[in-house]
Ligand binder design. Structure first.
Ligand SMILES: C[S@@+](CC[C@H](N)C(=O)[O-])C[C@H]1O[C@@H](n2cnc3c(N)ncnc32)[C@H](O)[C@@H]1O
Length: 220
C-alpha cells in the first residue's frame, strides 16, 4: 500500500503512515504550545509518530545520560527531560538562532539545570565529548550519520540505545517512492547508515516504519 510520508515539520495531526492516526504524543500544555509555535514557523521538530515513539520508549527505558544531535528549538529535548525526570541532556545545535531559542525554552520549562547545550557542528562536537551515554538521539545532518557512527558507538554504554531519525527518507529506502535525482547522495549515505547498523555485530538494530523511519540500535 502506498502512503505519503510526512516531512519533519509536519503539522501535528497530519497523517504520515497508516499507524499515524493512533500514534499521538501526549505532552504538557507548555511543551505543546512551544511545539505548535515551531510547526507554525516551519521550524523542524519531530512529527507525532516519532515523538510518540520516543515518549513510549523512554517512559520504560529511563536513561540517565542523554545525547541529542540536532536540538533545533529544544522540543524533543524538552520532551525527553519531561519523561526522564532525573536525566541529564547534552544537546548539540549549529544554528545560533535555534540554539538561543532552545535555551529560552529550556529555562521557561524549568530544565535549565539538566541541560548542557553545545553550539557547534555535531561531527566536531562528538569528538570532544567525554563519558558515555545510555541514550543517543541522532536527529541532525542525515548525510553525516554514517560518518558519525563509529564515534557514536564509542560514546554509547554497553546496553545503551542509539535512535536515528528519518532513516527511511520519504519512502525512498523502502522503494515506496522514487529517489529524486538531486537527492541520490543523501539516499546513498543514509542507506549506508541503515546497512551498517543492521549488519554491525556490536549492535542489535530494528528499522521502524513510523514517522519518517527510525533505526533503533542497542549496543551489545
Ligand atoms: C530535525 S531538526 C532537530 C529537531 C529536534 N530534535 C526536535 O525534534 O525538536 C535538525 C537540527 O539539526 C541541526 N543540524 C543540522 N546539521 C547539523 C550539524 N552538522 N551539527 C549540528 N546541528 C546540525 C539543524 O540546524 C536542525 O536544527
Amino acid at each position: 500500500m502506498k502512503y505519503g510520508y510526512a516531512h519533519m515539520n509536519t503539522a501535528a495531526g497530519e497523517r504520515a503512515t497508516p499507524t499515524a492516526q493512533f500514534n499521538r504524543p501526549a505532552v504538557s500544555d507548555k511543551i505543546s504550545a512551544l511545539r505548535q509555535s515551531a510547526f507554525d514557523r516551519q521550524i523542524p521538530t519531530a512529527d507525532d509518530e516519532t515523538l510518540n515513539f520516543l515518549i513510549t520508549f523512554l517512559s520504560a527505558y529511563q536513561p540517565k545520560n542523554i545525547l541529542e544531535l540536532g536540538t533545533a528549538v529544544g522540543i524533543s529535548g524538552a520532551v525527553m527531560l519531561d519523561i526522564c525526570k532525573t536525566a541529564h541532556l547534552t544537546t548539540v545545535e549549529r544554528d545560533e538562532k535555534f540554539f538561543a531559542e532552545a535555551a529560552e525554552n529550556f529555562s521557561a520549562l524549568g530544565f535549565k539545570d539538566r541541560v548542557t547545550q553545545v553550539l557547534g557542528d555535531a561531527g566536531e562536537t562528538i569528538e570532544t565529548l567525554e563519558g558515555q551515554f545510555d541514550f543517543i538521539f541522532l536527529d541532525c545532518a542525515k548525510v553525516q550519520y554514517i560518518k558519525y557512527l563509529p564515534r557514536l558507538k564509542n560514546l554509547l554504554k554497553s546496553g545503551g540505545v542509539l535512535l536515528a531519525d528519518d532513516v527511511l527518507l520519504f519512502g525512498w529506502l523502502t522503494g515506496e517512492a522514487p529517489v529524486p535525482e538531486k537527492r541520490k547522495m543523501l539516499y546513498t549515505h543514509v542507506k549506508e547508515y541503515v546497512d551498517a547498523v543492521t549488519a554491525d555485530k556490536e549492535l542489535t538494530t530494528t528499522i521502524i516504519n513510523l514517522g519518517d523511519g527510525l533505526a533503533l540500535s542497542v549496543k551489545k
